[in-house]
Design a protein around this ligand. Sequence first.
Ligand code: AMP
Ligand code: MG
Length: 524
Amino acid sequence: MPSSIYIDFFDKLTFDNRFLQALPGDPETGSHRRQVQNACYSRVRPTPVSRPVLVAYSPDMAALLGWPDDVCRSDEFTQIFAGNRLAKGMEPYATCYGGHQFGHWAGQLGDGRAINLGDVISPAGQRWTLQLKGAGATPYSRSADGLAVLRSSIREFLCSEAMHHLGVPTTRALSVILTGEQVVRDMFYDGNAQLEPGAVVCRVAPSFTRFGHFQIFAARDDLETLKKLVDYTLAVDFADQGTLSITDWFEQVCIATADMIVHWQRVGFVHGVMNTDNLSILGLTIDYGPYGWLENYDPDWTPNTTDAQGRRYRFGNQPGIAYWNLVQLANALYPLINDVQPLQQALTAYSKRFERGYRAMMANKLGLQAFQTDDQALIDDALTLLQRVEADMTLFFRDLAGVATTSDFRQLLCQVSYRNLVDDDLSLVTQWFARYSARLREQALPDDERIALMNATNPQYVLRNYLAQEAIALAEQGDFSRVGELLELLRQPYTEQPGKSHFARKRPEWARHKPGCSMLSCSS
Ligand code: AMP
Ligand code: MG
């Protein structure tokens, strides 16, 4: 097809960049670093790149936008989503936000390497913000370069799409494109800086608004802009909820956050950097940095080496940190409400929603239709056992569905554990299984229904840390096939797929302490 067809396709898209019209902007343009006052965004252009090459795109995300495959394979697509061209209606800008990083107020952060191209309205009438990550410096880049490297871009691209198909609320990814530029990164902040291939991901979400977007105006005592942003958010991002008061809206944010965290705990996802600037007001998983997946079940695990000391963002701490972050958002909204009580009530709604959701979810993981009070001990003891024997979380729950007898159960634990089981372990294993079997008998749910429930709750395939790393190593050699294969595999994480059993195995021993597999830093 001649390229003019695709230029025409993009120029005919419908954009509705209401954020720019409704909210105050920075009068200055350009990417020189600055504190931006009384404004929600700064206009800035993506930095052109020399030799953009498409690594992968998500056909599912493209379908939601109503874009056929040939459009995504066109040169025009690659040029636009590498940051080299703008289609008609695109008005690039970076937004201003602040945040608490690792528990401390950090002041202005903002889109340091994210540039929104605008909100495209899909044929189905949905609003989707298109956002480039790694497309160059903005006023918010502080001392950094605004760029991203291939390894972290592939991790973000694959994980966003995998999470969506797991049923976890998340921002999406449309494409990952090599820029042809080299980027300097010191992966472990140890003085070993290296050149790495640069890349740009196009992320897509109904909104990228974060808790920190509200915090920055509250911190600066700019209540006028704060109110404008709240009004905009209610009118646009929560349009389907009718007319909400600010406190009702805050409660919706609390509920959506609780639901998201229940999902993270279900699939064994550790975000790694749950700073308040990395929490979405829509309860979407956002900012895939040094995230990871639990392999051996360990609530104290975090993949983020930057957080190795305090382990603030370890798996088991995620529900409490989400609450802490919601408290910070409540503090930011307080000056508009001047009443603590309704905010406190919404925070209590978070706790209740999480508790109820978590129990029901854990019961379902065990094949129990509904949580009963006594199940708490059964669940707690199962998790203690998994931690003790270093059982692979994903494999354990997935394979539990097919286990019927005590001997099978012992065998299962031996198979999914990362260490050899001794007699003491096995007797605990047997004791727990006896209680579990009794509970299943009492429930009297037909086996096929129980298995269906478990298989819809417990995925077979997740983006294991080492699987992502293998795909990255190949891509760095110019072979993008594994990225494509994983993208396809992870579209159906609950369905056993022929010839793909090697993607549902325990982490190999070589990956236990390998950088990128078990250890990640914020350097991306
Ligand atoms: P993160 O912890 O990755 O979510 O990022 C925290 C802040 O640092 C955000 O304001 C990011 O935009 C900014 N940031 C991270 N990496 C870069 C980079 N390479 N260039 C510019 N800003 C960055
Ligand atoms: Mg961030």
